[in-house]
Design a binder for this molecule. Sequence first.
Ligand code: ZN
Length: 135
Amino acid sequence: MVSIDCRDGLWPDPPESPESTAFVAAAREGRFLLRRCIACGKAHWYPRARCPFCFGETAWEEASGRGTVYSYTVLAREAPPRSLAYVALEEGPIMLTSLVSCNSSSLAVGQAVTLVFERSQNGTPVPCFRPAAGG
Ligand SMILES: [Zn+2]
């Protein structure tokens, strides 16, 4: 069993871009934003000004932060250990992220998870997920 703890301050700083500014500002307030297409109605990750499905215009919306584990791996030989995962968001998109505050033996595909913002070295919020309470 490998314990995967929070890694505040151990994440590399995400690159800044015009498309991430609003996301980071909301994340600093604890809000998780997605973009959804105005034309076809699909949400996507990562945030883009143009829809990856139909190239329509997109708009920000606040997401639930709830999802399920689609796939994951545990990097047990790293110190401290960490996990990479694809999480299927309640809103539809599947995002590449990390699982934190968990034990590797208790992780499972389909498990309910909740968003938590970790902090990179310069304090930028990094969206990660932990097991949902009661899940
Ligand atoms: Zn679209």
